[in-house]
Design a protein around this ligand. Structure first.
Ligand code: SF4
Length: 378
């Protein structure tokens, strides 16, 4: 899926924001980064959600061994070779170093150190108990302090709460959008754009929903319904094209670029009853049971979540869902449990394809064969 127009529009948007005096703060896109706090501090959060290729991966080998995950390799590659359509990465002022996984933290540190981007640290506990919740709050307060030092002024609680409300309304709308019955390529492109722009994308999202409500695909009998889980499909990744060319249609995106992002919303009464913005984000962290950041019982939670989505889909449409577990090569978070994940779901009669790949062009044919064989089987 080629997204040159999206990237060019985004580059223009970032340049305009810089001219207005805004600063850009980037991070490798996973879970639990408090973008509302960055927004409340007046920064433009920039998620690295761009897929790799051979050149990008190769360029990273000066810094990390090729056994680093293909996504983290590519993130380094972007800064090393700066492809023309990604020149906007030069506009980044700060980089957040966080520990979603080892590859994330290593790639973030390398990007900050070797490409001279000042860093801010935000570490997240791998466990979930009373102490880890306290730790999460301390990290939020620490990040707040770091942002205030850069800005030279305080982040007011009411501004932070307003930012949480803005993101919340935006995510609710994105969740509504995700249920539209449209082609997966089109849906993904809008989800990716929305996650780049954040709440500023809300009016566009509303008009897309309006437009597509009248324009939904009623009959997709010739396409197999797919839920994609595991690693995200990033901008400019050809994987979704292979799935559609093979006769599949992704109806559910279950990863960081997808449901795990926009399902983490607050009910309005929770925002009012908790009141304190830091406690609100702690509350969200506590309830984030389906993220892959070593949450206790991740495998069991994930299997039961997908089983529920599968059964709901079957009941609603009478159609089975095929599950593609997208494993970005050397991504331990997803690969380490993949056989248990597959067995767990297959015991419940749900078909799973563990699809491991990196971003090299050479494996395109091999991926096509595996996807087609799987779709045939559903
Ligand atoms: S190893 Fe997995 S979770 Fe970590 S950066 Fe790579 S894709 Fe993301």
């Amino acid at each position: 899926m080629d997204n040159l127009e999206l990237l060019s529009d985004y580059a223009t948007f970032l340049r305009e924001k810089k001219q207005e005096g805004k600063r850009i703060i980037a991070f490798i896109s996973h879970d639990n980064i408090p973008e509302e706090l960055l927004d409340a501090a007046g920064f433009i959060p920039l998620r690295l959600i761009f897929a790799g290729n051979d050149d990008l991966m190769d360029a990273s080998h000066d810094y990390l061994p090729p056994s680093t995950c293909a996504f983290a390799q590519s993130c380094i590659g972007f800064f090393s070779i700066k492809p023309r359509q990604y020149e906007f990465l030069d506009l980044i002022d700060y980089f957040i170093i966080s520990n979603h996984c080892v590859s994330d933290i290593c790639a973030s540190e390398i990007i900050s150190k070797y490409f001279n981007i000042p860093s801010l640290k935000f570490y997240i506990s791998y466990t979930k108990n009373k102490n880890s919740l306290k730790y999460f709050k301390l990290e939020l307060m620490e990040l707040k302090k770091q942002l205030e030092i850069i800005n030279g002024n305080k982040i007011k609680d009411e501004v932070f709460i307003q930012s949480i409300k803005n993101y919340n309304s935006f995510k609710k709308k994105l969740l509504d959008f995700s249920f539209l019955n449209i082609k997966g390529t089109e849906k993904l492109k809008i989800i990716q754009s929305a996650m780049l722009y954040g709440p500023l994308f809300l009016p566009k999202l509303e008009s897309y929903i309006q437009k597509h409500k009248e324009n939904q695909i009623q009959k997709l009998t010739d396409l197999k319904d797919i839920l994609i889980t595991g690693g995200s499909i990033f901008i400019n990744d050809y994987l979704i094209d292979l799935i559609e060319e093979g006769g599949g249609n992704i109806v559910f995106f279950d990863s960081w670029i997808g449901n795990n992002y926009y399902s983490q919303i607050f009910e309005d009464n929770i925002i009012d009853s908790i009141g304190n913005p830091y406690d609100l984000l702690v509350h969200r962290f506590k309830n984030n049971k389906f993220g892959d950041h070593s949450v206790p019982n991740f495998l069991e939670n994930k299997i039961s979540q997908i089983e529920k989505i599968y059964q709901d889909h079957l009941k609603k449409t009478g159609r089975k869902l095929g599950i593609i577990n997208h494993i970005i090569k050397f991504c331990d978070h997803i690969s380490i449990m993949s056989s248990h994940f597959k067995n767990g779901l297959q015991e419940k009669g749900i078909q799973v394809l563990n699809l491991e790949r990196d971003y090299s062009r050479a494996i395109r044919g091999q991926l096509t064969t595996r996807i087609e064989a799987f779709l045939e089987m559903i």
